[in-house]
Design a protein around this ligand. Structure first.
Ligand SMILES: NC(=O)C1=CN([C@@H]2O[C@H](COP(=O)(O)OP(=O)(O)OC[C@H]3O[C@@H](n4cnc5c(N)ncnc54)[C@H](OP(=O)(O)O)[C@@H]3O)[C@@H](O)[C@H]2O)C=CC1
Ligand SMILES: CC(=O)C(=O)O
Ligand SMILES: [Mg+2]
Length: 412
């Protein structure tokens, strides 16, 4: 076993198994403390909440808690590993919520047979939380599940692989296009993958100015085109009236490649046929569609991004989900709407143009970082992300009428 693999296993096993634990936030030492925390004192907040359900935000942790819920059907790019094997990823998301946005988070892995069973399970526990982050649920089930839960629950339901990924992809793409001197309206975009991340990324890019007819989406059967009869309703929206059938056909002269599919699917020969100054976001985790070393070895005019922490330009939903939930929770938003997503895109992309603080350089192991081909998007450790993105999201929630409480003072 490689040294890195062993270190990754040790990291998860020690000093205690897993990556996150529960912490007590109040005094619980004396009989007096216990009489307040438990019987008889606990009866008072129970009575208050029964009388006025909104008091749950005053007397419990609900308002600062997000559940990370998965069925393990599309774990990163590893495939359908099932609920149990998805747990390290879900604990990881919980760690990121806490580390970057001070949101308490529980991971919940659901074993189920039908989407309805999953929906019923989640809907019946939803009131426990301030929000629900759905994770690693394969398409097209993820679309059905998210919509049904949004209809049934009173809290934000956000499928991270769709919207978190789309927000970060758009933020990075707008910056990359600017650096490469390309207009989004004229960019020819190839999207390898036609699942949760792909459909959401392309829809949001269209909202940011990309043209649907210039997008070529591919699944395991090749280009998604109008003469195919095997497309689900979500892929149908991207059926292109084209004679292109393969990745070889689609990638020739393309400006942009977005990979949200699986490992090592873009060859150096295919990369060589792209237009001058191409943009390659190979976002499959943990192994990208093309390795950066290989891509850079054949082209020196490209902008290259991956989903990983160990290369420059990490296009990964970690740059979004902690902060969009921070903003949503802070104004008790009923849902995360389009206005909030677009606000997050612009808050993330703008930060890439600001001077990078010393603490971020140190955590990144870099001497300098400035807006350019190798720095199109902020690093996740940038402490300004939380304030900037959460504030923009909270303002958008208030202005679009989904906030249930006013802006907190920390943002004024
Ligand atoms: N960097 C980031 O922040 C994120 C990255 N991702 C990555 O995106 C990938 C997909 O995730 P997600 O959308 O949630 O999963 P889904 O299961 O919803 O979708 C996977 C899609 O990839 C397609 N696909 C798989 N293998 C191939 C192939 N050989 N050629 C062409 N298409 C292929 C599938 O095709 P078909 O429809 O025919 O089955 C499907 O459309 C994963 O690798 C994941 O790690 C996801 C979210 C965030
Ligand atoms: C980053 C992430 O959510 C994924 O690869 O599924
Ligand atoms: Mg995911």
């Amino acid at each position: 076993m490689s040294d890195f693999k062993q270190r990754a296993l040790d990291y998860h096993a020690k000093p205690t198994p897993g990556k996150i634990a529960v912490q007590i936030t109040t005094a619980a030492e004396t009989s007096e403390d216990l009489s307040l925390a438990y019987s008889p004192g606990v009866a008072e907040p129970c009575r208050a909440i029964a009388e006025n359900p909104d008091d749950v935000y005053k007397y419990t942790g609900k308002g600062n808690t997000v559940a990370v819920i998965s069925n393990g059907s599309a774990v990163l790019g590893l495939g359908n590993l099932g609920p149990m094997a998805s747990k390290p990823v879900m604990e990881g998301k919980a760690l990121l919520f806490k580390r970057f946005a001070n949101i308490d988070s529980f991971d919940i892995e659901v074993n189920h047979k039908t989407p309805e069973e999953f929906i019923n399970t989640v809907a019946s526990i939803a009131d426990t939380f301030g929000g629900i982050n759905l994770e690693d649920i394969k398409a097209p089930d993820c679309f059905i599940i998210e919509k049904a839960l949004q209809e049934r629950c009173k809290i934000p339901i956000f499928h991270d692989d769709q919207h978190g990924t789309a927000i970060v992809t758009c933020a990075a793409m707008i910056n990359a296009l600017e650096i490469q001197g390309k207009d989004i309206e004229h960019a020819v975009i190839v999207c390898l993958g036609a699942g949760a991340a792909a459909i959401a990324c392309m829809e949001l890019l269209i909202q940011c100015g990309a043209k649907r007819e210039k997008i070529y989406m591919l699944d395991t059967k090749g280009v998604v085109h109008t003469r195919r009869s095997d497309l689900n309703e979500y892929k149908m929206l991207f059926a292109n009236n084209t004679d292109k059938r393969t990745l070889d056909d689609a990638i020739a002269e393309a400006d942009v490649f977005v990979g949200v599919s699986g490992p090592n699917l873009l060859s150096k020969e295919q990369l060589l046929t792209m237009a001058p100054n191409p943009i390659v976001f190979a976002c499959s985790n943990p192994d990208p569609e093309i390795k950066p070393e290989l891509a850079h070895s054949v082209r020196d005019d490209l902008i290259m991004a991956t989903g990983r922490s160990d290369y420059p330009n990490q296009v990964n939903n970690v740059l979004c989900f902690p902060f969009i939930f921070r903003g949503a929770l802070d104004v008790r938003a009923r849902k995360i709407n389009n206005e909030m997503k677009i606000a997050a895109v612009h808050a993330i992309r703008t930060l890439a143009k600001a001077e990078v603080p010393e603490s971020v350089l140190k955590a990144s192991g870099e001497k300098s970082l400035s807006f350019g081909k190798n720095y199109i998007i902020p690093r996740p450790m940038d402490p300004r992300l939380c304030h900037n993105v959460a504030k923009a999201v909270a303002v958008a929630a208030v202005e679009s009428g989904v906030a249930q409480i006013p802006m907190p003072e920390c943002y004024l």
